[in-house]
Design a protein around this ligand. Structure first.
Ligand SMILES: [Zn+2]
Ligand SMILES: [Zn+2]
Length: 239
């Protein structure tokens, strides 16, 4: 029985847990859903809800024709994407993947999902971002259960044939231009080694300055633990 329950967990057969929340991190019933939305306490992924505004959905001229061309829209989107991606990496830590929904339903419209390499960075980002504003709106950030975007996204949309359009309940992930993709993800791969090394050096010297933590340097695991401990110390000071 337990095995059966585990095998259907988060699928449509699961009458207890909501499969949409489990896979996509958002469900159209929101808090009124009859099935459980199991909010994660740890995750690499965060969701910034309703933060991207597609100018083509808001700017329509009087005759109903889009006032924003496809080229302008893509430029605007690339700029938005680059700004958010860069800020996430600079402030919180390395980003594995970032995705933006082009859906129109209230629970998915403009959602941005950022998957960090480390859970600690995701946690830090959520705490910090919930105190911030973007484009005159308070940011709503939360840890998201989404880990596999292949499971969350709409395959028909990717092939250009989703008949449900913007109100589809799977993610319609809006592609960035090829140049930007190369710039953000390509650059990161090259940068990766030197960056993580300099970060370790930084955190080690921070520890030395505080005079805390014995030994230092040991194995990678020990260093991690040390870093976590020093983070807890920082946190207990601030709150
Ligand atoms: Zn639900
Ligand atoms: Zn779809």
């Amino acid at each position: 029985m337990a095995e059966y329950l585990a095998s259907i967990f988060g699928t449509e057969k699961d009458k207890v847990n909501c499969s949409f929340y489990f896979k996509i991190g958002a469900c159209r019933h929101g808090d009124r859903c009859s099935r459980l939305h199991n909010k994660p306490t740890f995750s690499q992924t965060i969701a910034l809800l309703n933060i991207y505004r597609n100018p083509q959905n808001t700017a329509q001229s009087a005759d109903g024709i889009n006032a924003v061309s496809d080229v302008e829209m893509q430029e605007h989107y690339d700029e938005f994407f680059e700004e958010v991606f860069t800020e996430m990496e600079e402030k919180y830590g390395e980003v594995e993947e970032m995705n933006v929904c082009d859906n129109l339903g209230d629970h998915l419209v403009g959602n941005v999902y950022v998957k960090f390499r480390r859970e600690e960075d995701a946690e830090k980002a959520v705490i910090n971002l919930n105190n911030r504003w973007f484009n005159g709106q308070p940011i709503h950030a939360e840890l998201s259960p989404v880990t596999d975007f292949r499971e969350a996204c709409c395959r028909q949309y990717e092939m250009g044939e989703c008949t449900r359009g913007g109100f589809c309940n799977f993610m319609h992930l809006k592609p960035i231009s090829r140049e930007l993709r190369r710039e953000l993800y390509g650059r990161r791969r090259k940068r990766h080694r030197s960056r993580s090394r300099s970060r370790e050096r930084r955190s080690r010297s921070r520890e030395r300055n505080r005079g805390g933590g014995g030994g230092g340097g040991g194995g990678g695991g020990g260093r991690d633990r040390e870093r976590r401990r020093s983070r807890d110390r920082e946190r207990s000071g601030r709150f």
